[in-house]
Structures are given as structure tokens and as C-alpha cells.
Design a protein around this ligand. Structure first.
Ligand SMILES: O=C(O)C(=O)Cc1ccccc1
Length: 282
């Protein structure tokens, strides 16, 4: 069995991949799109991708891919505490004033932007598809005065020096990751939280759209942990909606979904899954 994840090894996503199920062969992918394409083409059995960060919000490439492509099921969710370390090659530790660029994932860059502006002169930002891709580049180009941002351990494994272990702008920084399968129902395991995610497409210009989406859940006291609109990519002002639902009694959710279908709302059901919050400090 194969599991694709956003690589290379040493990304935050690889932390989840290595935790999920030791029996899977881990396949690193160079982007979220590549990761989900592998799953869609059934080259792998599962894919792990980041889908939301507590500071930067949704990872749009992941959410949009799941909406616009075939039938996927969420097997599990993991919430990982994120600590962004600042990493440099040993050549530059005593010459930090010469640092001229930073290479990392855009979400990581935003999370540490305040630290960078208070400790370095204006840096050139080169976006990479993952934090570990940026760290790998910094370790392979000692002649360039660059910073990597990501997992401390990843940097140290590649011979880099950690200047700061926890450089993000807020104490709480967590990212949600989904373990996704194609055409296979999730094996619902016992856990603190069971969640369901659905994606809704409304008929053209339906008046009172949000009311039509929310009321079937509201009057049944169903807890929506997240609702988000995303561009349909047809024309400005057309959206689809992503709803994360706390599953306390599945039959009420089935009834709410039946009500949506009655109102000609298209429902893409990503399934019921276990949501785990990881805390390595315990
Ligand atoms: O780039 C990584 O290491 C990832 O796994 C994506 C990511 C980037 C920033 C915060 C959380 C996940």
C-alpha cells in the first residue's frame, strides 16, 4: 500500500504521513497538486495534504482540487502544532548581516514575516512548494546567503544551524491535514472527534443562498465547525461552499443533507472521518 505526501522528506506533512500507518510505503510529491493527482490516477492508495492553517487559513490548492476532481473520501484528520524554525548554513552563522534571501512555503513565510522584518534587512522571498524543499535548497547551496524556514529537525539533519526554534508571529500555530482515499469509505475509528465535510454548489443565483445552506443544520442543532466560500472559477461572484460538520448524530446530518438536495443544491460528500489533535508536548 502506498501513501503520497507533500515532500520532500522533512516537511510538516511528512510528519503526519510517518505517523499515520507504518505499513504504508511513503511516496514524496513535489506539490499538493502532484500529491492529489497521484491519488486520482490511483498510483497510490492514500494522500496526505495540509488543508488549513490557524494563522493563514485554508490551503486553497487542496480544497479546490477536491472540489473540481472525482470522488474522494477523508479517512482521517490530524491537527499538528507548527513550530517554524529559522535555519542557515554554518557558513553564514557569524555573517547574518549578509543574509539576502529566504526560501520556504508561502504559508510559512507569512507565519514568520514579523520575525524576519525585525531581525534581517529586506530579504528576497523565493516561494517553494514545501518548507522541506526550501531547507534542502539552502543546505545544498552553502555559497548563497539564504534562510530556510520549517522543521528544526529537518534543518539539523541536513547540517543547518537553527537560529530560532519558534519564529512564528503567534504562540498558537496549528495546521489541519487530511488523509484522503479515492472511492473508499472511511473506516470510522474511535476518537475524540468525528467530523464530516461536504462541498455545496447552489443552483444559479439562488436568493437567500446562505440561509438555504445554514438553516437545515441550525434548526437541527447540528454544529458546523467551519463554513467557507471558494470561487467556482466560472465568473466573479460565483462560489461553492465547504462545510465541516461535528458528527454527534449522523441521522440528523443525513436529514439536513436531504433538505439541501430537495432545494436542488449539489452535495459533494467527502465522508465521515476521525479528527485527531496531536500534541507532542504531553
Ligand atoms: O511545507 C510543509 O512543510 C508542509 O507540509 C506544508 C505546510 C507549510 C506551512 C505550514 C504547515 C504545512
Amino acid at each position: 500500500m502506498k501513501l503520497a505526501y507533500l515532500g520532500p522528506e522533512g516537511s510538516f506533512t511528512s510528519e503526519i504521513a510517518s505517523l499515520y500507518d507504518q505499513s504504508y510505503q511513503l511516496i514524496p510529491s513535489f506539490s499538493i497538486y502532484d500529491c492529489l493527482e497521484k491519488l486520482n490516477k490511483e498510483e497510490v492508495d492514500l494522500a496526505v495534504v495540509p488543508i488549513e492553517n490557524s494563522i493563514e487559513g485554508s490551503v486553497n490548492q487542496a480544497i479546490d482540487y477536491l472540489y473540481h476532481h472525482s470522488v474522494f473520501h477523508i479517512q482521517a484528520e490530524f491537527i499538528l502544532p507548527i513550530k517554524q524554525a529559522m535555519l542557515v548554513h554554518p557558513n553564514w552563522v557569524k555573517k547574518l548581516e549578509h543574509i539576502e534571501g529566504v526560501r520556504t512555503h508561502p504559508q510559512a513565510f507569512s507565519q514568520v514575516h514579523d520575525y524576519l522584518t525585525s531581525h534581517f534587512r529586506a530579504l528576497t522571498f523565493t516561494p517553494t512548494t514545501s518548507t522541506s524543499e526550501g531547507i534542502k535548497y539552502v543546505s545544498e547551496h552553502p555559497e548563497q546567503a539564504l534562510l530556510g524556514v520549517g522543521l528544526k529537525q529537518t534543518g539539523e539533519n541536513l547540517g543547518l544551524v537553527c537560529l530560532e526554534e519558534d519564529a512564528q508571529k503567534t504562540p498558537s500555530n496549528e495546521t489541519r491535514f487530511w488523509v484522503i482515499s479515492k472511492n473508499k469509505e472511511a473506516k470510522v475509528q474511535l476518537s475524540k472527534t468525528i467530523r464530516q465535510t461536504i462541498m455545496l454548489t447552489l443552483p444559479e443565483d439562488q436568493a437567500g443562498a446562505l440561509h438555504r445552506i445554514l438553516s437545515p443544520f441550525a434548526w437541527r442543532d447540528i454544529n458546523l465547525t467551519k463554513i467557507e466560500s471558494r470561487p467556482l472559477q466560472t465568473e466573479l461572484g460565483n462560489y461553492y461552499f465547504v462545510l465541516d460538520i461535528l458528527v454527534e448524530d449522523a441521522k440528523w446530518i443525513e436529514q439536513a443533507i436531504a433538505e439541501l438536495l430537495y432545494h436542488k443544491i449539489e452535495v459533494k460528500n467527502l465522508g465521515i472521518y476521525s479528527a485527531y489533535r496531536l500534541n507532542f508536548d504531553e
